[in-house]
Design a binder for this molecule. Structure first.
Ligand code: HEC
Length: 145
């Protein structure tokens, strides 16, 4: 019981940390795109967690996470198109210098997310690799470390 309370507290604290980080962002355009990335992170964490055995496999939850991921990926170009900055942002100016390439990375994520088959644990395991690679590919080029 004690352990449960401790884990829950730590969980709540880290969630609060995320909300606080966004509260520091004054530019609403930047805040929105960070929140979109958080949605992407959350749905990918569900699928990745199942693949790693950290989250129980549930085809319905997997399907919902996949749908959220595909939908959010489709919103990346519109969310990043305005060339806006904020001191809290990790976006690199290269995004707007190489806009077409940035959109290709967004489309790659959407395609990889769409290709995942959420109906079984095996197909989820096969599908998360290409999704993770597309996150990394874009962050490598367009986000500060
Ligand atoms: C098309 C490029 C692109 C793709 C694909 C992409 N990201 Fe991002 N991501 C970015 C950029 C750029 C930022 C920095 C945004 C900022 O700080 O203004 C970012 C920021 C983030 C953040 C930090 C958000 C915050 O609150 O500051 C997380 C988490 C994240 N991405 C997760 C992911 C995950 C997980 C995937 C894949 C499932 C992914 N991203 C795919 C470009 C991308």
């Amino acid at each position: 019981m004690k352990h449960f309370i401790l884990t829950t507290t730590i969980g709540a604290l880290s969630l609060a940390g995320v909300a606080f980080a966004h509260a520091e962002v004054s530019n609403p355009v930047v805040k929105d795109r960070m929140e979109l990335m958080d949605t992407i992170r959350g749905s990918f964490a569900t699928l990745g967690g199942m693949a790693q055995g950290k989250v129980d496999f549930d085809a319905e939850k997997a399907s919902a996470a996949q749908a959220t991921l595909v939908e959010a990926a489709a919103k990346i170009p519109a969310a990043f198109e305005p060339n806006e900055m904020d001191p809290e942002s990790k976006a690199l100016p290269a995004i707007w210098d190489n806009w077409d390439d940035f959109v290709i990375h967004a489309t790659a994520l959407e395609g990889a997310a769409d290709a995942l088959d959420p109906s079984s644990l095996d197909t989820i395991k096969a599908g998360v690799g290409p999704i993770g690679a597309s996150c990394g590919g874009c962050h490598q080029a367009y986000r500060t470390k």
